[in-house]
Design a protein around this ligand. Structure first.
Ligand code: HSE
Length: 342
């Protein structure tokens, strides 16, 4: 049985949930992938822990100050890095240094935080290609809702003409609550924060930045585009008034904050803003904190996926789906397949 060493950088709620799920799934990895997965290092911004034999769940509560940073991960001997730190698309956040270090060393990398990927996506993509490292980002690109996987696997070979996505749970929840529960913006937002899915700074949700970030990741990593935030017109839901809500109700239209992308002659145009849908459109029925994506291709027409999950488990599961894709690809590379690509 092969030993595969995993490190997690970024040890807040999602990083911890990922560690717990990974340790719980070790029997599955042995059985399905013939792999002894060891969690050899974890670290937050100030403290961490490493053990080449693998950390057990009980030890993850006592991190040691100073054990952190890209050099600490490097020294842990990890084969695979999971990056789950705080996300900042304006600077790249702490994740940028971890990703550059791991990818330039050829280490397969699973990214959960969006910041570094939005800030420097094409550079990181090129770095991975030149070093041969696999770079996976399901946890960053709408997590429980499959997005890049649909493009890479389900629609492979088709030409993507258009993508529309309800990619942000918070704004979908807010619009739904304002339309159907008569809640005001502030009260609905307080409920989204209590539910744990609104961002720490909820303007990232309400002003459309989180939707724009996910759309950029889908475009750059699913379609090989080179979009930056400057290429997008981004409008949020902050200017939705009671009058707008009343008018939409009267017209039986359902508002959604949508990231959209159109491809013509190799050029990609993308935007974020409110669109309204008649009740005959499946997007009108994406309620609460659900998310959805509609992909239109030349040969397969329209494909729609709708989904959500309870956080942080759903995001952890999306990242560990990536881990299984990496294990499968590694086995294929080594010439002894472990069941084929999903
Ligand atoms: N705040 C985000 C949302 C979750 O509401 O979808 C993290 O991307």
């Amino acid at each position: 049985m092969k030993i595969v060493r995993v490190a997690i950088a970024g040890f807040g709620g999602v990083g911890r949930a990922t560690a717990t799920l990974l340790l719980n799934r070790r029997p599955r990895y042995r059985q399905v992938h013939d792999a002894d997965i060891r969690l050899v290092a974890v670290c937050g911004s100030r403290a961490g822990l490493a053990d080449p034999d693998g950390l057990e769940a009980g030890r993850l509560e006592a991190l040691e100050p100073g054990l952190t940073g890209p050099a600490f991960i490097e020294a842990s001997g990890a084969d695979i890095l999971i990056e789950a730190g705080p996300s900042d698309f304006r600077t790249g956040g702490p994740g940028l240094a971890y990703l550059r270090s791991a990818l330039s060393a050829g280490r397969d990398t699973i990214v959960i935080s969006k910041g570094a990927l939005v800030h420097s996506g094409p550079d990181l993509r090129d770095l991975a290609r030149s070093s041969g490292a696999m770079l996976k980002l399901s946890g960053a690109a709408a997590a429980a809702l499959p997005t890049i996987d649909l493009l890479e696997h389900s629609l492979r070979g088709c030409e993507v003409l258009e993508i529309e996505g309800i990619l942000n749970a918070t704004t979908n929840y807010l619009l739904d609550a304002m339309m159907n529960q008569n809640l005001g913006f502030d009260e609905a937002l307080a409920r989204a924060q209590a539910g744990g899915f609104a961002e720490a700074d909820p303007r990232n949700d309400t002003e459309g930045w989180d939707t724009a970030s996910k759309l950029i990741l889908i475009a750059n990593f699913g379609l090989d585009a080179d979009l930056t935030m400057d290429d997008l017109v981004v409008e949020g839901i902050q200017s939705v008034t009671e009058q707008c809500i009343a008018a939409w109700r009267k017209q039986r239209l359902v508002p959604k904050l949508v990231g959209s992308l159109v491809r013509t002659d190799g050029a990609t145009r993308a935007a974020v803003g409110v669109r309204t849908y008649p009740m005959t459109d499946p997007f009108a029925h994406v309620s609460g904190k659900n998310k959805a994506i509609r992909i239109t291709t030349d040969a397969m027409g329209e494909t729609i996926a709708i989904g959500s999950g309870t956080e942080p488990l759903a995001t952890a599961a999306a990242a560990l789906k990536d881990l299984e894709h990496i294990l499968t690809a590694r086995a294929a590379r080594a010439g002894h397949g472990s069941g084929g690509e999903a």
